[in-house]
Design a protein around this ligand. Structure first.
Ligand code: SF4
Ligand code: SF4
Length: 177
């Protein structure tokens, strides 16, 4: 995002900008807007949120920023080495109610994150005892240790699940709407 953003801050310092990313406004289910997951929000305008300062923007949107943006606010982004979601093809955040890290993968380029600094960030979280929940192309699954993560990085687990006949958790997912 620039002046207005998707899930991010309206006027962030440059380093913390959503920079035109609207991934969380596409992947998330937004019940207040009857928006299903993997469908772009109808309020996306240009490279950000068209109702950023308006009542139409749900509280759940105003309360969310991904870990990349939060890391810049906290001054931990350099330490964590998190890539921007536009570069990683995925965003992560700490679940507000559960001790888990959540990763949402961009279905348009689901393999990009595997070769970025996001892998080291996830390894560190798992080593520290925080489980990881992954949402990827309609599937949702839990990774509980670094060895499991290494397997997931090495193979396309969504393809494998499909070949095994395991249905996606979001049965309507047939690519990005
Ligand atoms: S995923 Fe992060 S960078 Fe992308 S729009 Fe959402 S808050 Fe901004
Ligand atoms: S209302 Fe705005 S912030 Fe919320 S999902 Fe839609 S575009 Fe994103």
């Amino acid at each position: 995002m620039t002046a207005v953003g998707a899930g991010g801050d309206a006027r962030p310092p440059a380093a913390a900008s959503c920079d035109g990313c609207t991934l969380c406004c596409v992947v998330f289910r937004i019940e207040a807007l009857a928006k299903p997951p993997y469908h772009p929000c109808r309020h996306i305008a240009g490279s950000g949120c068209g109702v950023y300062d308006a009542p139409a923007r749900p509280a759940v949107c105003a309360g969310f920023v991904c870990r990349y943006i939060q890391g810049h606010r906290d001054g931990t982004a350099d330490r964590d080495g998190l890539p921007h979601p536009k570069d990683a093809g995925a965003y992560v955040f700490r679940h507000p109610d559960r001790a888990v890290t959540v990763m949402c993968v961009d279905p348009r380029r689901p393999h990009a994150w595997r070769t970025t600094g996001l892998v080291r960030f996830l390894e560190a979280a798992l080593t520290g005892g925080t489980a990881l929940v992954v949402h990827d192309r309609g599937y949702a699954f839990t990774i509980s240790d670094p060895l499991h993560l290494a397997h997931v990085v090495a193979d396309d687990y969504v393809r494998v699940a499909g070949e095994m006949g395991i249905p996606p958790n979001e049965p309507g997912f047939e690519g990005l709407a």
